[in-house]
Design a protein around this ligand. Sequence first.
Ligand code: SF4
Length: 354
Amino acid sequence: MDTPRKNADASGAGRRFSRGEALELAGEAGLHDLCEAGLRARLARFGHKAYYVYNQHLNFTNVCRNACRFCAFSKRAGEAGAYAMDLKTARSKIESRLGEPIREIHIVGGLNPELPYDYYLDLVETAKTARPDAVVKAFTAVEVAHLADTYGIGDKRVLSDLRSAGLGMLPGGGAEVFAPELRAILCPEKVTGARWLAVHETAHELGIPTNATMLFGHIENWEQRIDHLLALRDLQDKTGGFNCFIPLPYQPGGNPLAAKGPDGVDLIRLMAVSRLALDNIPHLKAYWVYCGVKAAQMALWAGADDFDGTLIEENIGHAAGADTPKGLTVAELKQYIAAAGFTPVERDTFFNEV
Ligand code: SF4
């Protein structure tokens, strides 16, 4: 096997890493070599462009029947602070920003047993009719599986109905870390990693593109991280439906897991390894809300090519103590990207430049 240094060097030329090589790279390559290789791989694809999107987040309910130990967002029905947004409120939140060139509406929430199936379809239709020019990116695979299982209708039917209502894309949340022994500790009620992948595979078969995430920096190890990345890579080989991979640093506030969270070096290392191991998923996001703006800027130098967007009203990461703003203006996003030495390029949900 090549030395880690050679692995890192070779990766810029589009090398595919075996599991053992990826582990060796993650564990032994020097940080500088790793970042240089991640940078080279992203420069080969995108030059100095770094993407952002003008988007709006809508977290329609925080009521959830699950109790994931890393989650600070969910509430039980009736608990102080629990809410479920009615369609009128959702519409007015979208309509209140019609003067802005928002291109994507990102909708996710808890698994609220009180909300009927039609609510989900109506919410997508409401967003799409209120803002026909924006792409509705809505509901994680966990939410899709919740609907399919609650109503006994299968993932394919749910996805088809959502698409008919106006869904353009699935976000990548809910993946956490696929390792079953970790899910048993972190989120025992949540669907398995295999089911998460199956929902995405079905979406891809229906022509619905998706994103993928991994929650890291809690109790997982590099083997579990690499296995997660390679499971995504395998599915991407089969379907080609993933647009973007988003490593999400665990936020330590307000949740019972009480892990420390990743430091900056761990974050940058994982960014570079993700860029190198996921040779077939084009985009890698430094999600500024979870990473923090400064670490997201650094991540652009380790392989990331996307900064996410304006968001406007993000609630999930902030419930867990993310100390970033709840939104950024386009001017701020452009300034942060440019200050990091990259060229800000606005994109739509599907990474078409606009
Ligand atoms: S992470 Fe999602 S599924 Fe888990 S408790 Fe929070 S809202 Fe519910």
